[in-house]
Design a protein around this ligand. Structure first.
Ligand SMILES: Cc1ncc(COP(=O)(O)O)c(C=O)c1O
Length: 502
């Protein structure tokens, strides 16, 4: 069996290499020999996740033609990549991209630090905000008043409380997506929802197509479930989903599931347009793949002109038969992660299977928290609370953007219109080394490779909109100090190279 899970064509690779050359070269850069420049270009595309790991590269002759270079140059570049561990080849199967075995690029999720362990550390590790009070207190009080009838039951509701299922169904219907309560299951956060979906649909060894980059902990959850991740590179900037690329990967890899965050993608903040949504649903339907859409960030539209009415139609709106798309929602980002309330919207038979499997997982979601979310949604408190949440996130975003631009003018990013994260290219510095140096100067920041599959994104860090005002200023000052440590070689004790571009 071939070792590759997707393929990159000669013309596509040539385009990617050309757009990369258009980026300004670092100071004092000398022009390397042609084969070396080509090998470096491909290596950076792999490390940045723009060419996935395990993607078959074009034959030497084809790439030579597309790049207008000699075949010897391509052969020498491929040979250099093979020696460095970035390419593997087998006669008859071709050559596919890889990441060297010793590459210190972590394939793991984010581990939240308990708030009492932080001390003077500024924590940019976790993209979640404090509760929008007084709404948490009010919701819990409201829930306590509604608790007595439930206290007379055994308290296990594997599908969720009927009242909350009805409420969530009504909210989808109000968004233009007719939904019955039988199509809803309440879960323990979006993580619980995706865990259940992975176990139902994607057994050990099954392929799941994921955006590259994507949310670190879902990638790790899928790895732990034994899935084989098939990365689909996000387009640069906020364009997000390149549907030709998606179509090709879905056709080549025929994954069982695909997982996307179409609303304010974590970490890039990109928002899929309606055309992208429609084409994505068409592509997964043709490939026979089930599309899991994570709407955790969907209510965090931060730009004033991007209100509810201006948001694109939910992805499931392009799947009227309801057989292709499973939607996951959560109260964690819109309200508070401490509630641990999430949900799934799917066809009734899928919900029945998920509910049946739950008897062997967590049995159900706490009743009091479900009542609290239901209280918020039925009193209008939810909209008030989410309004406060958006205000906090917007202020933090603007403060962080200004502070990073001031302290780290060489770092590049696009300002997203919503969500909770800034995806930052660190001017060629290793994100892993920055994370290590950050711990020494009092700022905790996750490196890019955590959001990649198999070691991509070494030149990135993710900054969440969780700090504002003077703390955002101080965070950027500390990040700049970490960057200086990395630049001077004093930034940490591991073997990670300081820069990831040769
Ligand atoms: C895209 C995405 N999905 C899911 C989660 C986890 O959600 P929950 O807290 O509801 O489990 C997060 C948290 O950062 C996220 O960003």
């Amino acid at each position: 069996m071939a070792q590759w899970t997707s393929a990159v064509g000669a013309a596509q690779l040539a385009r990617l290499l050309t757009s990369q050359q258009e980026r300004p070269a670092g100071p004092g850069t000398r022009r390397p020999p042609a084969y070396r420049a080509l090998a470096d270009g491909i290596r950076v595309l792999v490390l940045e996740g723009r060419v996935p790991v395990a993607a078959r590269l074009p034959a030497e002759r084809e790439l030579a033609l597309s790049l207008s270079v000699s075949r010897t140059t391509v052969a020498a570049a491929y040979e250099a990549l093979r020696t460095e561990g970035f390419l593997e080849s087998r006669r008859g199967a071709g050559s596919w991209t890889a990441v060297p075995a010793g590459n210190p690029l972590p394939a793991r999720g984010l581990e939240p630090l308990p708030p009492d362990a932080l001390g003077s550390l500024i924590d940019l590790g976790c993209a979640a905000l404090p509760a929008p009070e007084p709404w948490l207190t009010r919701a819990v009080q409201g829930a306590l008043e509604e608790l007595p009838p439930y206290a007379h039951t055994h308290g296990d509701y594997p599908a969720g409380l009927p009242a909350l299922r009805t409420m969530l169904a009504e909210r989808y219907t109000a968004r233009g997506i007719p939904t019955m309560p039988e199509q809803i299951m309440v879960t323990t956060g979006a993580m619980g929802a995706i865990d259940a979906i992975c176990h139902l649909f994607a057994g050990r060894g099954e392929r799941i197509a994921v955006e590259s980059p994507s949310y670190a902990n879902i990638l790790q959850l899928m790895r732990e479930a034994g899935a084989r991740l098939v990365p689909v590179a996000m387009a640069e900037g906020l364009d997000g989903w390149d549907l030709d690329r998606w179509r090709q990967v879905l056709r080549d890899a025929a994954p069982r599931l695909a997982y996307v965050v179409a609303d304010f993608h974590n970490p890039t903040g990109a928002l899929a347009g309606e055309d992208q949504r429609r084409r994505l649903v068409d592509a997964v339907r043709s490939a026979g793949t089930v599309l899991v859409v994570d709407e955790t960030m969907s209510e965090l539209h931060l730009d004033p002109e991007l209100d509810v009415a201006a948001m694109p139609r939910p992805v499931c709106g392009f799947d009227p038969a309801g057989s292709t798309v499973i939607t996951v929602g959560s109260a964690s980002k819109a309200f508070w992660a401490g509630m641990r309330i999430g949900w799934v919207r799917a066809a009734p038979d899928v919900i029945r299977s998920l509910v049946a499997a739950r008897a062997y997982a967590d049995l159900g979601t706490p009743v009091l928290e479900q009542l609290a979310v239901n209280w918020l949604m039925s009193t209008g408190g939810w909209e008030e609370a989410v309004g406060i949440r958006r205000g906090q996130a917007r202020e933090n975003r603007d403060a962080l953007v200004a502070a990073v631009r001031r302290e780290l003018p060489g770092w590049e990013f696009e300002v997203p219109r919503g969500g909770l994260t800034l995806w930052v290219r660190t001017g060629g510095l290793s994100g892993s080394r920055l994370a290590e140096a950050g711990e020494r100067v009092g700022v905790r920041v996750p490196s890019g490779p955590r959001f990649g599959v198999d070691g991509a994104f070494e030149g990135y860090v993710r900054l969440p909109f969780t700090v504002g005002g003077a703390v955002a200023d101080e965070a950027a000052v500390r990040l700049a100090a970490a960057a200086r440590l990395v630049e001077t070689g004093a930034g940490g004790g591991t073997e990670t190279p300081r820069t990831f571009v040769a």
